[in-house]
Design a protein around this ligand. Structure first.
Ligand SMILES: N[C@@H](CCC(=O)N[C@@H](CS)C(=O)NCC(=O)O)C(=O)O
Length: 171
């Protein structure tokens, strides 16, 4: 990620970054939403059409990227996963763990009420982002409530999940 070729498309030196024709796009929520708008089909819409459902989509998008990722998971990624770059910060890591547990706990009622997916019956881009967070949460041994463990199992049984995971592995 420090190499010139990569930094030319990602000056912040971070993954993910998407190249699609002339478009170069970073930030996972933007990438998932772009792919959903550009490529999902009428039978398999990854972003809802109605204004109300889109409001929920963007609410989940912000919750996942800010409350679960930026303020919890990424803190652990920095200080537990990459201490040689970002330093050791046991207090920040402990607070991030507690915060993740509180935030994911706060989402349980909505998941149980609306499931099987975050927007109800329709699988969407926010399920991709949530599942990715839950995959990393397991890696860092974060507290995940049972309904979200079952949710993750449900999503990861989708054939498209297996295809995406396989495609994500470098040859
Ligand atoms: N806000 C960005 C965050 C991207 C991000 O932090 N990616 C991590 C993946 S582990 C990374 O590149 N870390 C390397 C680093 O922080 O130096 C997004 O949602 O895409």
């Amino acid at each position: 990620m420090q190499e010139d070729a990569f930094q030319r498309v990602s000056p912040q030196g971070k993954i993910p970054v998407l190249e699609d024709g002339a478009l170069v796009l970073s930030e996972s929520p933007a990438i998932v939403t772009y792919l959903a708008e550009r490529y999902s089909s009428a039978e398999n819409r990854l972003i809802p059409d109605s204004v109300l459902d889109r409001a929920r989509y963007f609410e989940w998008l912000s919750f996942i990227s800010m409350e679960l990722d930026a303020t919890s998971i990424y803190v652990l990624r920095r200080h537990v996963g990459l201490p040689q770059i970002y330093g050791d910060a046991p207090n920040a890591s402990a607070v991030a763990r507690d915060y993740f547990a509180r935030m994911i706990g706060s989402a349980v009622t909505r998941l149980s009420k609306e499931g099987p997916y975050l927007l109800g019956q329709q699988f969407s881009g926010v399920d991709i982002l949530m599942t990715s967070c839950l995959d990393i949460a397991e890696r860092y041994d974060l507290t995940v409530p049972e309904p979200f463990k079952h949710y993750r199992e449900r999503v990861s049984q989708r054939p498209a999940y297996a295809t995406a995971i396989a495609a994500n592995k470098p040859q």
